[in-house]
Design a protein. Structure first.
Length: 77
C-alpha cells in the first residue's frame, strides 16, 4: 500500500491524518484503490466540526451523509 513517509514534509498534520485514515478505510473494505470517497470519509473524522457546520448549512443531517457514504463504500467491494 502507499507509503506517505516521503510526503510528510509536503502535507500538514491534518492532511497526513486524512490520508492515513483514508488508506485504512480502503484497506478495511479490501478495496484496491484510494478514492475521493475514502478521503471524504476520513475528512469527516479529522475535521468533524467543520464538516458538521458545512453540512448543517446545507440543511442536511451529518449522520445521514456519513451513513450514506459508508453504505456507498460498502457497495463498492
Amino acid at each position: 500500500m502507499l507509503d506517505l513517509t516521503n510526503y510528510r514534509d509536503y502535507l500538514s498534520e491534518k492532511a497526513h491524518q486524512v490520508l492515513s485514515i483514508a488508506i485504512n478505510e480502503s484497506k478495511k473494505r479490501k478495496h484496491n484503490y484510494l478514492g475521493v470517497e475514502h478521503i471524504f470519509l476520513a475528512f469527516t473524522k479529522v475535521e468533524s466540526e467543520f464538516f458538521n457546520e458545512v453540512i448543517k448549512e446545507l440543511n442536511l443531517d451529518p449522520k445521514f451523509v456519513i451513513g450514506f457514504l459508508k453504505q456507498h463504500l460498502n457497495l463498492n467491494k
